[in-house]
Ligand binder design. Sequence first.
Ligand code: CA
Length: 234
Amino acid sequence: MSRKIRILIVEDETAIRTGLKDVLVYHGYDVDDAADGPSGLQKAVSGRFDLILLDVMLPGLDGFEICERIRADDREQAIIMLTAKSGDEDVIAGLSLGADDYVSKPFSVAQLVLRIRAVLRRTRIGMEMDHRIRLGEDVEIDTRNLCGQRGAEKVAFTRREIEILQYLKLNSDRPVPRDELLNKLWGYAKDLGIETRTVDIHIAKLRRKLEPDPSQPRHLITVRGAGYRLLVAE
Ligand code: CA
């Protein structure tokens, strides 16, 4: 039998922490926890966990800072932020620091479990796919090492950005709607019509990395009313 999937919960509110732990253990995960920032960081950088659930407001050291320090070390680590507010600022800060996803409190445990599964599934898909993407004459992306080259310039990607590129590449014969990206990559239910801003934030970041002129995209284009399309060089 393969080993259990290991999850770390960093959360200072005892009721949430212990409640989550019980549920995740019930779902078959191997769970460890931390109740403050410094001990959370210490466990998080150990590299022992397949996924980290990271609260934002924590005593000692906040979740954003912990996220940033984990990423500085390990770009592959899967992280879901637990944000108290669904405000754009928190979400943008978390995603731009490299969190894979976020869940706003109060959240339903069933939704969180779905999101955990989606993140873990992507981590695995990412390992099995073709690891080179070429765009036009000047862009080459190495998905396995989360890096690439645009002309003479080196570019680094987050895992989530690479997953978006891989999904768009797989479906490069058509524009992909934002709802579909949210469903396939983030694990959101279909047809909710919400949270599409999450996708737009990532697309904007990708364009800054891939496009000579991000305001006039040539590789990652918008098809009006239909979605995003990646024009892949054969
Ligand atoms: Ca907290």
